[in-house]
Design a protein around this ligand. Structure first.
Ligand code: FMN
Length: 148
């Protein structure tokens, strides 16, 4: 089971998440989209895939900020957890893809292990951000297979 945690203010990251979920289902994986991720409802023995944009000046989208607060305040150990991050941003900001970087750090601080490198999608140059995500997925799936 792959838990897909979405951080999206205007819908672009959510659309990418839907496309990614569809492709993972076609590849035979069960997925669950979390549009209001809640640490208490996520199973750390599953794989988590975080897909988030960045807002403000490096801020997290409103819908995923409470999850980041939970992670920052919580003491639980997530060392059984493997995860990956896809992050959308605009490289004209100094805080390019900062929300993805913040969530990566918070998860690592709880002991979780990234399965592979974070995919940073620059919406300034990526005409169809979902295409970038779908090109990255085979590597993600390869790492999933290795970790099974
Ligand atoms: C008001 C505003 C602030 C933004 N701030 C950042 C930022 O600090 N860093 C970044 O990389 N992208 C920033 N972006 C770009 C968004 O992350 C990008 O447009 C993304 O595709 C939006 O995805 P969403 O529709 O899922 O929220 C900003 C966009 C807006 C409209």
């Amino acid at each position: 089971m792959i838990e897909i945690l979405v951080g999206s203010q205007m819908g672009a990251a959510e659309y990418v998440a839907e496309q990614v979920a569809e492709t993972l289902v076609q590849a035979g994986y069960e997925t669950k989209l979390h549009l209001q991720p809640d640490l208490d409802q996520l199973n750390p023995t599953h794989i988590w895939l975080v897909i988030t944009s960045t807002y403000g000046a490096g801020d997290l989208p409103d819908n995923i900020q409470p999850f980041a607060d939970q992670l920052a305040q919580d003491r639980r150990d997530l060392n059984t957890l493997s995860f990956a991050v896809i992050t959308l941003g605009d490289s004209s900001y100094d805080t390019f893809c900062q929300a993805g970087k913040t969530l990566l750090r918070l998860l690592q601080q709880r002991g979780a292990k990234p399965l592979l490198f974070t995919l940073e999608i620059d919406v300034l140059t990526a005409e169809l951000p979902e295409e970038n995500a779908l090109s990255w997925l085979p590597e993600f799936i390869q790492q999933l297979k290795k970790s099974e």
